[in-house]
Design a protein around this ligand. Sequence first.
Ligand code: SF4
Length: 409
Amino acid sequence: GQCANVCPVSSITEKYEYQDVRNAIADPDKIVIFNTSPSVRIALGEEFDLSGGSFVQGKMIALLRKLGGDYVLDTNFAADLTIMEEASELIERVTKKTAPLPQFTSCCPSWVKYAETYHPDILAHISSSKSPIGMQGPTVKTYFAKKMGLDPAKIVNVAVTPCTAKKFEIRRGEMNAASKYLDIEDMRDMDYVITTRELAKWAKEENIDFASLKDSDYDSFMGEASGAGVIFGNTGGVMEAALRTAHQFITGNPAPADFYNLKSVRGMESVKEAEVTIGPLKLKAVVIFGTKAATEFIRKWRSSGQTYHFIEVMTCPGGCIGGGGQPKGTLLKGDELRKERIAGLYKRDDEMKLRNSHDNAEIQQLYREFYGQPLSRLAEEMLHTNYIDRSKDLGGKTMEKYRCKICGY
Ligand code: SF4
């Protein structure tokens, strides 16, 4: 039931979908497009005896091409898009009071569903921006399909993710924005989700020698991403990425150097608080992972009456790098392994020239040619969503009745 969709430790068996994707590849009438999340490239190598935190982006793309994908796109591109929308939304809330503060992030479907069930009173606080996968889906089936001359109805969109809960997210009723926009019936924005572990299992079944694959690159138009998109995969990453862009949008100037190594929001503590000055604004930010820590924070915030502006919540320990669909680790385990993966993503961000979502030339082109500007009418239709009060699913019982015997929450 619900736990299968929100359980961060994968204690409930995940449903494999890679056989469906394999069937789509075998169908000459289908166009299979893979979209890879930030954390897959930092963990996939572990399934092939590489050390924890090895950055295997090039081999991962080569693998997806070898398995028969027609296109390989980067969900980090949509992470940049999410930052454009979410930072703009935050600025509107702070400066125009369009919705209540603090703004909570929305990119973790387990957190969103948990809040819908246990904290429906905060739904107006959750950013209406869809997650990167939620934005990648409709953008592929509209903008990308048009640019490439593809029939959207033939596209099979596959998200490759660290996350078992994304299997629930892509099937939410409202994740069919492209269907409405193009007036094509029964079309989902994203068709399948396969996890890092599923991808490795599939590759092993095909006897693909991962280590000998030659690096490949993403397809263009939705393949370029910034370092801000890369760090989306770990705790504090969404916060740091959003603050870089918020700084540019509020002041008109690039963020100072410390926004590119924002120590106060980095690391494996489950709650990290930071005060950030952007032009005339002093923003109070909190980064949380784990639903238990989120509930404790919400209680503290409600009772203290303190003003907060922006709260990042991820369910899994360390963020998506510790997702339920990631390899379990061989040499390293637990926080040691998570720290290696986090270090791998920060290292990649650090090495990149492009560090800001708003500087991504493909993102700028997408707004010029399609969405207009962040929070435009079309952007609201395609890239934003709303949430459902699911507290009635508890049937009037208390949270205690649902305490999980495995994770204790
Ligand atoms: Fe999925 Fe990431 Fe949330 Fe874990 S933290 S449930 S991997 S979105």
